[in-house]
Design a protein around this ligand. Structure first.
Ligand SMILES: NC(=O)c1ccc[n+]([C@@H]2O[C@H](COP(=O)([O-])OP(=O)(O)OC[C@H]3O[C@@H](n4cnc5c(N)ncnc54)[C@H](OP(=O)(O)O)[C@@H]3O)[C@@H](O)[C@H]2O)c1
Length: 353
């Protein structure tokens, strides 16, 4: 039996995780938490809001699935890594914002860090057991979102409901807007840097509209390994929860007779500046990824509330990165201060947008 603690149980990932757990008698949901919505009866231990690490202490899980959205998931990530409890990580924002602190905690705790993001689960599988010296680069694929092919001018006045209409993935609102701006792929670049120890010049992003290839690893001999499948988060969730077993899922395997389209294009960095800004923040290091993430969270929420325009999201993130101190955080307190300072700056920038 594996005892699972699920944080973010009411969200898109959380609901799919519950489906996976219910199909596998060897998985037991021992704790479930949300931010505001009720979770009564989902698990023996439940909690709405508050300090999620208290729930984790009581639950004594074998695996923590962090499916909280945003920086709010950071305590969960750090708790699991520090305690050496295996962490199935959907909450990319915590690893982006606190990469160095998280890796240091993982070294002390010595537990597994299993990515749930589909691209990183795919990368993990292509990289597993390979000599790092044989790896040339890692390619993350992006569907391009609902606005693929549009120019910056054509994006100026798009609405939240247009941004929420993702062509291939059905996800929570924040990540769906991030997919429309390509900030999501930027967060994933930084996430991949920390997960796989690859420098940014060995991390590529390509647009692949059908989302069949989730990631591809190029090796020094000219060969490449890719991970393919229909876009369905139940596959990487199940992989992380049942690792290393790779249990069956209800997701069909690829129908090759249906004619799969495997097209790849370079991303348009002019129309989607958040991807380049994320890469710069990652390369800059220190608290730049934390600042990128916090400013983006504030701006996305304001866009969803129709307080700013789509193009303002990137403007606010760029202004935050230009104006704030990006020096490294020595501990969680300093990191949380950088996050809070960025949020205050970005809130101020909203009224000027
Ligand atoms: N959805 C996907 O397909 C997908 C794919 C790859 C990666 N991810 C990542 O997975 C994470 C979750 O995404 P999602 O799409 O599932 O988001 P979502 O549908 O918006 O769900 C977010 C979950 O987080 C909970 N939450 C928010 N703030 C919280 C807090 N302060 N304390 C405790 N719980 C809190 C929410 O609870 P309430 O319902 O009570 O607000 C909800 O259960 C994100 O980091 C996202 O980037 C998602």
């Amino acid at each position: 039996m594996k005892r699972i603690a699920l944080l973010g149980a009411t969200g898109s990932i959380g609901r799919q995780a519950i489906e996976i757990v219910s199909e596998h008698p060897e998985l037991e949901l021992v704790a479930a938490a949300s931010g505001t919505q009720p979770v009564d009866g989902l698990a023996p231990l439940t909690q709405v809001g508050g300090d999620l690490t208290e729930l984790l202490e009581r639950a004594e899980p074998d695996v923590v699935l962090n499916a909280v959205v945003g920086f709010a998931g950071l305590p969960v990530t750090l708790w699991a890594l520090e305690a050496g409890v295996d962490l199935a990580l959907a909450n990319k924002e915590s690893l982006v914002a606190a990469g160095e602190l998280a890796l240091a905690a993982q070294e002390r705790g010595a537990g597994l860090l299993l990515p749930v993001d589909s691209e990183h689960s795919a990368s993990f599988q292509c990289l597993e057991g390979r000599d790092p010296a044989s790896v040339e680069s890692l390619v993350l694929t992006a569907s391009g979102g609902p606005f693929r092919g549009r120019s910056a001018d054509e994006l100026a006045d798009v609405t939240p409901s247009e941004a929420l209409a993702h062509p291939t993935w059905n996800m929570g609102p924040k990540i769906t807007v991030d997919s429309a701006t390509l900030a999501n792929k930027g967060l994933e670049l930084i996430e991949a840097h920390f997960l796989f120890g690859l420098s940014y010049d060995r991390l590529e992003v390509v647009v692949h509209p059908t989302s069949i290839v989730h990631a591809l690893v190029r090796f020094r001999d000219g060969g490449a390994l890719a991970h393919l499948g229909y876009p369905d988060m139940r596959v990487p969730i199940s992989y992380a929860l049942t690792y290393p077993e790779r249990a069956s899922t209800p997701v069909p395997s690829l129908d090759l007779s249906a004619g799969l389209t495997l097209e790849f294009h370079p991303p348009d960095l002019e129309a989607f500046p958040l991807l380049a800004l994320a890469r710069e923040a990652g390369e800059r290091g220190g608290t730049a990824p934390c600042v990128f993430n916090a400013a983006n969270e504030v701006a996305v929420e304001a866009f969803l509330e129709e307080r700013i325009r789509f193009a303002d999201i990137a403007e606010i993130v760029a202004a935050s990165l230009e104006s704030l101190d990006l020096s490294p955080a020595a501990d969680v307190e300093e990191l949380s201060a950088a996050d809070a300072q960025t949020r205050a700056f970005a809130e101020g920038a909203l009224s000027r947008a």
